[in-house]
Write a protein that binds this ligand. Structure first.
Ligand code: GS8
Length: 211
């Protein structure tokens, strides 16, 4: 399989985590934003929105990072979705939605302000960062309560719901705001457990600018 997009993008590395964890065979094909390669006809054929990531598996093209993650799981490690159990798979779905709509939706502006904007020559808007950090704390309270009751988000089993959090959280830890996790001991323990996974270590190394 080919995963298109640069490893600076947490939408791309979200897929890399799932592919690694699923034990899939794949290669990363960087797409150069500086030359607008993402808007080229070749890339628009992979992702009609001219965005990364995109995945190619033979003559199948998939875009939207979370759809790619699900595909990797279904193909190579379906237990990450618990599709054999109606109740457990529903919990996986719930926490995958929470990742996208409650968690990463708040991380996106923080990461943009702290990591992307300075790279583009802009200045971080601290007001945007603080506003979103405050909202994030409320969300982390819910995570803390959940992780007090079970080891992982969907239950006492690792799932794609946990793994989908990894790439943006790794980026959060590259900003000056990693300490936002400090008030939530169960969230911190959950994160340490995820960080110890070889798949996560491998993707974390890919995300280093020198890689
Ligand atoms: C978002 C993709 C996206 O925003 C997904 O795959 O999860 N919901 C989609 N991609 C950005 C890269 S930043 O991570 C992108 O390609 N931006 C270029 C553009 O929009 O022109």
């Amino acid at each position: 399989m080919k995963l298109y997009g640069a490893t600076m993008s947490w939408n791309v590395t979200r897929c890399a985590v799932a592919l690694e964890e699923a034990g899939a065979e794949y290669e990363i094909v960087p797409i150069n934003f500086a030359t607008a390669e993402h808007k080229s006809p070749e890339h628009l054929a992979r992702n009609p929105f001219g965005q990364v990531p995109a995945l190619q598996d033979g003559d199948l093209y998939i875009f939207e990072s979370r759809a790619i993650c699900k595909y990797a799981a279904r193909k190579n490690k379906p237990e990450l979705l618990k599709e054999g159990s109606l109740a457990e798979s529903a919990m996986v779905d719930v926490w995958m939605e929470v990742e996208a709509n409650q968690y990463t939706s708040l991380l996106n502006p923080i990461l943009f302000e702290c990591l992307v904007k300075p790279m583009l020559g802009g200045t971080t808007d601290q007001k945007v960062v603080q506003e979103n950090l405050e909202k994030l704390k409320k969300v982390l309270e819910v995570y803390e309560a959940r992780l007090t009751k079970c080891k992982y988000l969907a239950g006492d089993f690792l799932s794609l719901a946990d793994l989908n959090h990894v790439s943006a959280t790794l980026c959060l830890f590259a900003t000056p705001h990693a300490s936002v996790f400090d008030g939530y001991p169960h969230v911190k323990a959950w994160w340490s457990g995820l960080m110890a996974r070889p798949s996560v270590q491998k993707v974390a190394a890919l995300m280093k600018p020198s890689a």
